[in-house]
Design a protein around this ligand. Structure first.
Ligand code: SF4
Length: 488
């Protein structure tokens, strides 16, 4: 706990899963009320101000008494005071239990939508109290998750139907379209009562029986029966083998690794500075092409951080409350766009030559991300002023008329909403300094790079050529070159 505290202290998370000891025994969750009370007390003592608790509702054999025990546990945690007598905040998150394939509960019914809502409503009413923040997972999402957790091959059709009906990013509540999923289920002949909310017979074949996970069905059935009686199973890592079927004790057997010796501090050491007090900063140029264009900005940053770590190149960390590696990307590429000229600045803990950085880093990069060069960082005397792009259409063609129209007009205004939600009018013609068709279906153009009026190639395709979202998504857009001019 002291070690965690050195790096991050915003919230301490505990997952009791169930409110009563009886139900925790059913799911083999080896943690007692006393453990939870003690841990929360210690966390408050250590200075944590927020405790996050995760529970499930609808666990097999759950009764009203278990829900009451959950409320009682949270109320007992609520009265614990931290150092200085301050009352900490408790976040309680609840999700509906989803029985999953290849587990002892694969034969259990998932609780119905109505029952899920009823239990959540009841908990919400009981836990309405200052200092307690109650959150829950949408029961409709849990229902769909339950469907996918134990579905059969009919789900392939459902997936295609839901996609065709416009279902995307369903994990985000503002994009979740339950009615379309229901329509898809009806069209595929999938009855949720039968697929999700029904218990399975222990002898009946299951859609995933042909997948060998090594854990035997007999073991899962025996565990299921033990769970129903509330009998716990020892962990074979520090107890006897339970004969689950995974190990052959030749190639496969449990191996418990010793935890590494604790470090004195979780924070990376401060970097050495040279005689002038300068940190060792470098500018890396890299290309992002092929399938790597589907890496989002944060994913790409994670890829670089891991590659640098594998290359043995230690980054300098910021020294604030949440230390983070010093790595700065010059641009945030839209998802799907390729680039032959991306730049990033890294700050190292130990000085390293430019050539050594490239030599060590390149072998660690995944396909599609390649290091083009590295140079010592110098404060730029120039800003990016223009960017060259190339667009190659797939299954569509550029017409000459929009280009003709643009030539004739003195302005071509488009509207964009900025991050603050304000509508902004931008003259596309003024931002476009060159444009030419590249047969057969290509287009090359240069856009001014102006942060307060940023125009991206997709804007050009949408507003000037009137292409729909599908054509734009399929187009191969490549950022070719950045041009720099004097700083303003
Ligand atoms: S030791 Fe291997 S076979 Fe025995 S219970 Fe553990 S994982 Fe299963």
């Amino acid at each position: 706990m002291a070690l965690i505290k050195t790096v991050r202290k915003t919230g301490f998370t505990i997952a009791p899963e169930a409110g009563s000891q009886r139900l925790r025994d059913v799911i083999n969750k080896n943690i007692t009320d006393d453990d939870i009370l003690q841990t929360v007390g210690d966390a408050f003592e250590q200075g944590w101000k927020v405790i996050k608790l995760y529970f499930m509702i609808g666990l097999p054999t759950e009764t009203q008494a278990d829900l009451e025990a959950l409320v009682d546990l949270v109320q007992r945690l609520k009265v614990i005071r931290g150092s200085g007598g301050r009352r900490p905040k408790i976040n309680v998150s609840v999700a509906t239990f989803i029985p999953k394939a290849h587990t002892p509960f694969q034969w259990c019914p998932q609780i119905s939508l109505e029952e899920s809502r009823r239990r959540i409503r009841w908990l919400q009413a009981q836990l309405q109290s200052p200092g307690i923040h109650f959150k829950w997972q949408n029961p409709e999402i849990s229902m769909l998750e339950g469907l996918w957790a134990r579905g059969d091959r009919r789900l392939s059709d459902l997936l295609m139907k839901a996609y065709a009906a416009g279902c995307r990013l369903d994990g985000w509540s503002d994009h979740f379209k339950f009615d379309r999923w229901c329509a898809g289920m009806a069209a595929c002949g999938i009855d949720p009562d039968e697929a999700v909310f029904r218990g399975r017979n222990l002898e009946a074949p299951l859609p995933w029986d042909h997948i060998d996970m090594k854990v035997t069905r007999d073991f899962l059935a025996a565990e299921f029966e033990k769970a129903m009686k509330g009998e716990a199973t020892d962990d074979c890592r520090d107890g006897a083998c339970q004969n689950c079927g995974v190990c052959d004790f030749n190639l496969i057997q449990p191996q418990v690794h010793k935890p590494p010796a604790p470090r004195v501090s979780g924070r990376p050491a401060s970097p050495p500075a040279d005689k002038t007090g300068q940190l060792d900063k470098h500018v890396l140029t890299f290309a992002k092409t092929g399938s790597a264009r589907y890496l989002g900005h944060l994913e790409m940053a994670a890829v670089f951080k891991r590659a640098l770590r594998r290359a043995g190149i230690a980054l300098h960390y910021s020294q604030g409350f949440h230390p983070s590696p010093k790595i700065v990307f010059e641009d945030t590429l839209p998802l799907g766009m390729e680039s032959l000229c991306e730049r990033m600045i890294i700050t190292l803990r130990q000085p390293l030559a430019d050539a050594a950085i490239v030599q060590r880093l390149q072998p660690q990069m995944p396909p599609g991300l390649s290091i083009l060069g590295c140079e010592a960082y110098r404060r730029r005397k120039a800003d990016a002023v223009e960017v060259d792009y190339r667009v190659q259409l797939m299954g569509a063609a550029f017409q000459d008329q929009p280009l003709e129209r643009l030539r004739r007009q003195s302005h071509f205004y488009i509207e964009r909403t900025n991050r603050k939600g304000r509508l902004k009018k931008i003259d596309l013609k003024a931002m476009l300094t060159k444009i030419k068709r590249v047969p057969p279906e290509g287009l090359e153009f240069t856009l001014r790079h102006q942060l307060d009026a940023l125009v991206r190639p997709a804007d050009l395709l949408r507003h000037l050529f009137n292409f729909d979202a599908d054509v734009i998504r399929r187009a191969r857009i490549t950022k070719l070159k950045m041009h720099y001019g004097p700083r303003h």
